[in-house]
Design a protein around this ligand. Structure first.
Ligand code: KIV
Length: 299
């Protein structure tokens, strides 16, 4: 399928974004096939996490390709020490808010720990909830060859699946912490086999997290589907970052691969301190910021 076909097929889409406001041609809706096309054309795929309506809307209007409602929200939104305790119902709630905002990007929801590990049947039933109840267009599961049968069942059920290998946060206890993976030749071989098994099972893309850049390069060359890196070097087909990491809305030192694009944490602190001062000094609200009785109504 050509790029023109993609644009024509999606001509009915009406983004409310900045590009549209500037009168620039409407970008086409991002789909699973259009991401594959980007790999083919060697165009970088841009991805970020979002967990709420406002940030998802800004990200979508900025024109990113893929928005992930990641289970990282357990840590950055809920202050939990890891991603393990977040529930399916909580993930569905956050995904619904993001769904209302996203018009163009592909919306992927993370399947939380415990929602697909018991058996494939339960995994498919839970993934269906993301599509039917929250409007996700795809789901992400962590793991390699051990997830191949689940990925097959999900794709049979018409649910596109994104794989996730390397540093998989749901395996924190097995890994003994958040450690870079694939550092020995045996580990490299395992990850290559995992990636190929996921591709073979039907994943439309794979997140490569926390691995040597050389491995990210090899996997990207070996796979026909797009690789999305996070701490896997610059040669992946796309990159993903956790929004709160890139905006400095976290409270511990960032990982080596994080680039801080803004200090929103400092902006919030400054704004809230200023507001506090204004209230305490009675300079907020002013006359202009107050409502008045209509003319002719007197107390
Ligand atoms: O949960 C998440 O945010 C993720 C990304 C870091 C890939 O899995």
């Amino acid at each position: 399928m050509s790029l023109t076909t993609f644009a024509t097929a999606d001509a009915g889409f009406e983004p409310a974004g900045a590009a549209a406001r500037r009168g620039i041609a409407k970008p086409a809706k991002v789909t699973v096939p259009s991401l594959q096309q980007k790999k083919f054309l060697r165009q970088p795929i841009t991805c970020v996490t979002a967990y709420d309506y406002a940030s998802a809307r800004l990200i979508d209007e900025a024109g990113l390709d893929l928005i992930l409602v990641g289970d990282s929200l357990a840590m950055v939104m809920q202050g939990q020490p890891d991603t393990l305790a977040i529930t399916l119902d909580e993930m569905l709630l956050y995904t619904r808010g993001v769904r209302r905002a996203v018009k163009r990007a592909l919306l992927v929801a993370d399947m939380p720990f415990g929602s697909y590990q018991v058996d494939d049947r339960e995994g498919v039933a839970n993934a269906l909830r993301f599509v039917k109840e929250a409007g996700a267009e795809a789901v992400k599961v962590e793991g390699g060859a051990n997830r191949a049968s689940l990925v097959r069942r999900l794709t049979d059920a018409e649910i596109p699946v994104m794989g996730h290998i390397g540093l998989t946060p749901q395996s924190v206890h097995r890994m003994g912490g958040y450690k870079v993976q694939g550092k020995t030749l045996a580990a490299v071989d395992r990850l290559r086999a995992d990636a190929l098994a996921l591709e073979d099972a039907g994943c439309f893309a794979i997140v490569l997290e926390g691995m040597p850049r050389e491995l990210g390069t090899i996997l990207t060359a070996e796979l026909k589907i797009p690789t999305i890196g996070i701490g896997a070097g610059p040669d992946c087909d796309g990159q993903i970052l956790v929004l709160h990491d890139m905006l400095s809305l976290t409270f511990s030192p960032p990982a080596k691969f994080v680039r801080r694009y803004a200090d929103i944490g400092a902006s919030i602190t400054r704004a809230v301190e200023e507001y506090k001062q204004d209230v305490e000094s009675r300079s907020f609200p002013t006359e202009d910021e107050s409502y008045h009785l209509p003319a002719g109504v007197q107390l």
